[in-house]
Design a protein around this ligand. Structure first.
Ligand code: FAD
Length: 465
């Protein structure tokens, strides 16, 4: 039994945390650490901090919630800011640590970081133990080798569904023997300011587990998920599990077994199946990201052919600030900018509008989402963007979202648009559902006025589909 360091990363939870379980099992004392990586506070290529204020708030809440949960187990959390590649080896040396345990990421930046940490630890005769805990289906349980991972989602789903095998979640440790240190001083030095945000969700494992209880047992909303999942208003039309999943505050397996329990005790229907189906999409993109490496960040994505993209910064910033003059797109962007969340329907539409209507470099959109979304997840975000931009693994050519038609279909009365664009709340919904519905000509013809500074539509036509 020796001293180990536990490096919390994409697994900000105590339950179903294999790496943590194994670490506690094998150690006489543990030093739990979380590092707010310096790179999060850098500016991206479009001039936004990589972690925007909503996302930072959700992350901070999750980290501080983790610390109080660890304290209940007689442990604590060393919260630092800097570079893991320097901090982890330095701590290992200072406290004579023999083992470092962590959950693994599969995306390039984080994998490179892991590899460097491991190499530096080796020089100190300290062993790095990495565990795969992000996915529903453990990589060792796939019915094919990684190299043969199917590029198309349906093929992946059809191969894994018949397995009907998901590993059981690990329980939370009952007690964590912990190295004695001044943990509070370190947290203060990390100096992560609490943000004042309008985000409707609180970070942390407790809030994630509560959301699961709420969505399944308290309200039984899960029974109608398939019918409501394309909604836009409020928080009950879909599970909203993504913010907690993205930081690992809750594991997909915990959700899976909770759903199976619900199916046994209450009902099993298309909706309960569909939540698991969506979790498979999440797995699929994680595996695709692992397989594709840095290609998910390249302009040509997973495709060979070259497409022409604009780098017009002004156009992009109009999109990012919700001033395109397309009410459905602008309302969705405004919601994300204010709360850090946007529905799946909204994401598909605003992404399609940027990539297909404005023809802007889709990676700018992905970077903007990275900064804004509280559920930012590298694989889900970048792979979904490649998908919508037409450079991903989508077998369907020319997928295009006619945002005006979609507004009519999913916001027929215009209630969603009116919530986020109160300055045009007086307009009849038909103005939101035609490409030139907000043009001066159309407004005049219908005797409608909008504030002088309301943007004129940047695009007044839809592409043929
Ligand atoms: C351009 C674009 C960018 C996106 N960026 C992200 C991102 O950064 N992080 C993220 O978690 N999701 C992302 N998504 C996927 C999806 O929009 C969100 O997972 C979903 O809206 C989250 O809300 P929910 O938890 O209520 O989802 P639900 O509809 O309740 O689905 C349940 C869970 O299934 C998973 N899921 C559902 N749809 C998808 C999908 N298309 N791809 C991957 N997983 C899915 C999520 O984990 C989700 O929490 C993106 C989609 C698009 C089109």
């Amino acid at each position: 039994m020796e001293i180990s360091l536990f490096w919390f990363r994409n697994d900000l939870r105590l339950s179903d945390n294999e790496a943590l379980w194994k670490c506690v099992e094998k150690s006489s004392a543990v030093l739990p650490v979380f590092i707010f990586e310096d790179r999060l506070f850098e500016q991206n290529s479009i001039g936004f901090q990589r972690i925007g204020h909503n996302r930072l708030q959700f992350l901070s809440e999750s980290v501080f919630n983790l610390r109080s949960d660890l304290q209940l187990l007689g442990s604590n959390l060393l919260i630092l800011r800097g570079k893991a590649t320097e901090i982890i080896p330095a701590l290992a040396e200072k406290y004579h640590i023999r083992h470092v345990f962590a959950s693994l990421y599969w995306t390039p930046e984080e994998t490179a970081e892991e590899n460097l940490v491991e190499a530096r630890l080796q020089k100190l005769k300290c062993r790095f133990h990495g565990f795969n805990s992000e996915t529903l289906i453990h990589p060792e349980d796939l019915p094919f080798p990684m190299a043969a991972f199917p590029n198309v989602f349906t093929r992946f789903r059809k191969e894994v569904e018949p397995l009907n095998f998901i590993r059981k979640p690990f329980p939370a440790p009952a007690f964590i023997p912990t190295l004695k240190l001044d943990f509070d001083a370190a947290a203060e030095e990390a100096g992560i300011p609490l943000q004042n945000t309008a985000c409707p969700y609180r970070g942390g494992e407790r809030a994630g587990l509560q959301r699961t209880q709420y969505y399944l047992w308290e309200t039984r909303l899960v029974e109608k998920y398939k019918e409501t999942r394309n909604g836009l208003l409020g928080s009950d039309y879909s599970t909203k599990f993504s913010p907690w999943l993205s930081l690992g505050c809750i594991s997909p397996r915990t959700i899976y077994f909770e759903i199976k329990d619900f199916e046994r005790k209450v009902t099993a229907n298309e909706s309960t199946y569909w939540v698991v189906f969506e979790l498979l999409w999440r797995d699929y993109f994680k595996y695709m990201a692992k397989k594709s490496g840095a290609r998910i960040f390249q302009l040509s994505g997973l495709k060979e052919e070259k497409m022409v993209w604009s780098k017009d910064k002004e156009t992009f910033l109009r999109w990012a600030s919700g001033k395109t003059g397309n009410p459905f797109v602008d309302a969705n962007i405004k919601e994300m900018n204010e709360t850090g969340f946007m529905s799946n329907r909204g994401r598909q539409n605003v992404a399609s509008f940027l990539a297909k209507d404005l023809k802007i470099d889709w990676r700018w959109g992905a970077q903007y989402f990275e900064s804004q979304l509280i559920d930012y997840d590298c694989s889900s975000n970048w792979c979904n963007w490649t998908y919508v931009a037409g450079v991903g693994s989508d077998p369907r050519e020319n997928r295009y979202f006619n945002t005006w038609k979609q507004a009519g279909q999913y916001d027929p009365e215009g209630a969603y648009i009116r919530k986020w664009l109160p300055e045009i709340a007086h307009l009849p919904a038909m103005h939101f559902q035609k490409p030139d519905g907000m043009s001066l000509r159309f407004l005049n013809e219908n005797n409608q006025k909008v504030p002088d500074d309301f943007p004129q539509p940047m695009v007044t036509h839809a592409l043929p589909v």
